[in-house]
Design a protein around this ligand. Structure first.
Ligand code: SF4
Ligand code: SF4
Length: 101
């Protein structure tokens, strides 16, 4: 399984931004609002610090979210995402469980 890198292209393809788990986290909303990038992919230069955007959790640079209010009973958008498919990832909820192994 190829390691997922923290790149602008992978950020663009990441589907975390409209995932119910991420959208319902007050902690993530607060972090992203503070950054002023609530509705952007973060794909523009310069790259934001890995945990700042709260996306691309499957990458080793990001990994598990610093937020602890994630409702993992809601659906994860990872399966079928371009990054997920191209890296042959098999699991999901990387924001809660950590980066893809
Ligand atoms: S697999 Fe999940 S965390 Fe990784 S890029 Fe896709 S949506 Fe984002
Ligand atoms: S890793 Fe999965 S559950 Fe977590 S925010 Fe991304 S798409 Fe949603």
């Amino acid at each position: 399984m190829p390691r997922v890198e923290y790149t602008a292209t992978n950020l663009q393809n990441c589907r975390c931004s409209n995932c119910p788990v991420r959208e319902t986290s007050a902690c993530i909303a607060g972090k992203v609002a503070a950054l002023g990038q609530m509705h952007t992919s973060g794909a523009t230069a310069p790259m934001a610090a890995p945990q700042a955007l709260q996306m691309l959790f499957c990458s080793h640079a990001v990994g598990k979210s610093e937020c602890t209010d994630l409702n993992t009973k809601l659906a994860c958008n990872c399966p079928g995402c371009e990054v997920w498919t191209s890296h042959n990832l098999a699991s999901a909820y990387f924001c809660s469980h950590g980066a893809a192994a």
